[in-house]
Write a protein that binds this ligand. Structure first.
Ligand code: FAD
Length: 411
């Protein structure tokens, strides 16, 4: 029997691919989602571990500006599926959202699993098929090729959406192995690099014991760039939201000069003259550490950071005057010597160049193949921007594929 519906292959069962699949199925296409992993949305599930930050509530223009150079290329997709639409979509899946004190938007359940479960049920009801353990390996002429547990197979599809993610956390499925099949057909892919990633610091043996300690309500300053939030000391360096926010600029500095030296303000809301006033109080018989802990509420790790910095400059902390110490508390230089591996990064910078796409998110060099999500060359800080762009480009690619298919249908 001839199928009336057009077969569409969506490759990648992350937020971008699943969103494209939903749009295509709603538009009447016969959709099969392929994924290399044994189940869908593994990175989305991981993203929900520490509280799923779906999107952000800030006004549209500042929101869009978070995508930096890629903002113009993402504008149409995010305008068509803005944060508010994502919130409505989540609510329709039984996952109402709320705005946190930072303006970030979370599902009330905080986790991804109820949202993903409800979404997969809805996709199933819409007739979307799933083929797991199918690793896309490229094209053989007009056919898509996959490596499966039963060997290599070739699939013919009317249109294809690629939503293969970046290269961070490869054990969750997105490992960047899609780069070769695309560059082989002449598509420009900017090198995949860690984004929202940690950095390496050569801690002294003494300080390394603070691995795991949080540095709360701090600010990072790097040239004109500033970011507030939290960082975590790791055995090899630093990670966490505040440093992730500067990761693009820090990465570039390390790539060009082998190091980057941002500074940390431990008490960014307290003016240095106030810090100095408190540090000028008589210390009596207290040790310097006790005095710092009591006068500025510094944690042992924060005091350790001050000691690290004083030591690096060849001085002991106890030789500093209250004015010097106060200045150091809000400008501790940290020498970053390397970038943490991409396998530990939250997201990936680089990817398929936007020049390779037309306005429908279709590859110019490969008619009928659309692309969405983190495999495109955009980057953004944490705060819900990563998922928002993944979902929105998924919608755009799905709609682009539908429009392209409709134009090709005989009248
Ligand atoms: C720890 C962590 C926390 C995060 N928290 C947040 C957050 O709170 N808010 C936020 O906005 N973002 C967060 N992110 C980022 C967010 O999860 C990603 O940006 C988003 O998942 C990207 O969606 P995607 O669909 O483009 O790619 P992915 O979610 O990576 O999905 C890609 C899919 O493609 C499949 N695939 C890859 N290659 C192949 C192949 N060759 N053949 C077949 N299948 C393949 C993979 O198995 C995977 O299922 C977090 C990320 C991490 C790692």
């Amino acid at each position: 029997m001839t199928k009336l519906k057009i077969q569409v292959a969506v490759i990648g069962a992350g937020p971008a691919g699943l969103m494209a699949a939903e749009v295509l199925a709603q538009g009447g296409a016969d959709v099969t989602v392929y994924d290399a992993m044994p189940s869908a949305g593994r990175k989305l599930l991981m993203a929900g571990r520490g509280g799923l930050n779906l999107t952000h509530s800030e006004a549209f223009e500042p929101f869009l500006a978070r995508y930096g150079d890629a903002a113009p290329a993402l504008r149409s997709a995010i305008e068509a599926f803005p944060p508010q639409a994502l919130r409505v979509w989540a609510e329709e899946l039984g996952q109402p959202t709320f705005v946190g004190s930072s303006g970030r938007v979370f599902p009330r359940a905080m986790k991804s699993s109820p949202l993903l479960r409800a979404w997969l049920r809805r996709l199933d009801a819409a007739g979307v098929h799933f083929c797991f353990r199918h690793r896309w390996s490229g094209w053989d002429g007009a056919h898509l090729t996959f490596d499966t547990p039963d060997g290599a197979i070739a699939v013919r599809s009317g249109a294809t959406v690629l939503g293969l993610g970046g290269a961070s956390w490869p054990r969750l499925g997105s490992d960047g192995t899609w780069v070769a099949p695309l560059t082989n057909v002449g598509i420009t892919v900017a090198p995949l690099k860690p984004a929202n990633s940690g950095f390496e610091v050569d801690w002294s043996q003494h300080f390394a014991k603070f691995a795991g300690a949080p540095l709360k309500r701090i600010a990072f300053n790097f040239g004109e760039r500033h970011a507030r939030g939290e960082a975590i000391v790791t055995a090899a360096g630093l990670e966490g939201g505040a440093i992730y926010a500067l990761s693009g600029a820090l990465r570039t500095a390390i790539e060009t000069s082998g190091k980057a030296v941002p500074s940390i303000a431990l008490r960014p809301d307290t003016p240095v003259h106030e810090l100095e006033r408190r540090l000028s109080a008589p210390r009596a018989k207290q040790s310097l550490s006790t005095f710092l802990r009591k006068s500025l509420s510094l944690s042992p790790a924060e005091i350790g950071l001050l000691q690290e910095a004083a030591h690096a400059s060849g001085e002991g902390l106890s030789t500093l005057t209250p004015a010097e110490l106060a200045a150091l508390v809000n400008a501790i230089p940290i020498c970053l010597t390397g970038i943490a591996p991409i396998a530990r990064a939250i997201s990936t910078a680089g990817g398929i160049a936007f020049d390779e796409l037309d306005a429908r998110f279709m590859l110019r060099r490969r008619e009928g193949v659309f692309v969405a999500g983190e495999m495109l060359d955009w980057d953004a800080p944490t705060g819900g921007y990563l998922l928002q762009a993944s979902f929105a480009t998924g919608v755009a690619a799905g709609q682009g594929a539908l429009a392209w298919l409709q134009n090709r249908m005989p009248a």
